[in-house]
Design a protein around this ligand. Structure first.
Ligand SMILES: [Zn+2]
Length: 134
């Protein structure tokens, strides 16, 4: 199945082959590209060795196309959000933790919320998440 990840701010495509590619900025304001496995619930990421994070550190994930932050601090400062579109053209919102080392992802459609990862934050109310993404 072909899946695309899309920036909510510029509609840029953020995936190449099996990776979601984001800009990640650490607390020292060092930035670099991160390649994240596109499979939801698979927490494998690659980045340049000079870009370092410590466990529990907040990562500022940004769109590598328009540089807009993907964080949704007014909803929950631990989370960021983008769109996913499958080959049936179904669009969902993917919300995931920006805390380094945490495994927490949600796939939100009009009717369902699916949680992935060992650190999920329980039942959050995502009904108005789209209002917090811009
Ligand atoms: Zn963008």
């Amino acid at each position: 199945m072909k899946i695309d990840f899309i920036c909510p701010h510029c509609n840029g495509y953020l995936n190449v082959k099996e990776s979601l590619i984001l800009t990640a900025v650490n607390k020292h304001n060092s930035a670099g590209l991160v390649f994240i496995d596109v499979r939801l619930g698979v927490y494998k990421a690659q980045m340049h060795p000079t870009l370092q994070f410590s466990d529990g550190e907040h990562v500022d994930f940004r769109c590598p196309v328009c540089a807009h932050s993907l964080g949704v601090p007014k909803f929950d400062k631990r989370l960021c959000a983008l769109y996913m579109r499958d080959d049936n053209d179904w669009q969902s919102t993917i919300v995931f933790s920006s805390i380094y080392g945490e495994k927490c992802t949600y796939k939100i459609t009009e009717k369902t919320v699916e949680a992935f990862g060992d650190d999920n934050y329980g039942k959050l109310d995502f009904t108005s998440i789209s209002e917090y993404m811009f």
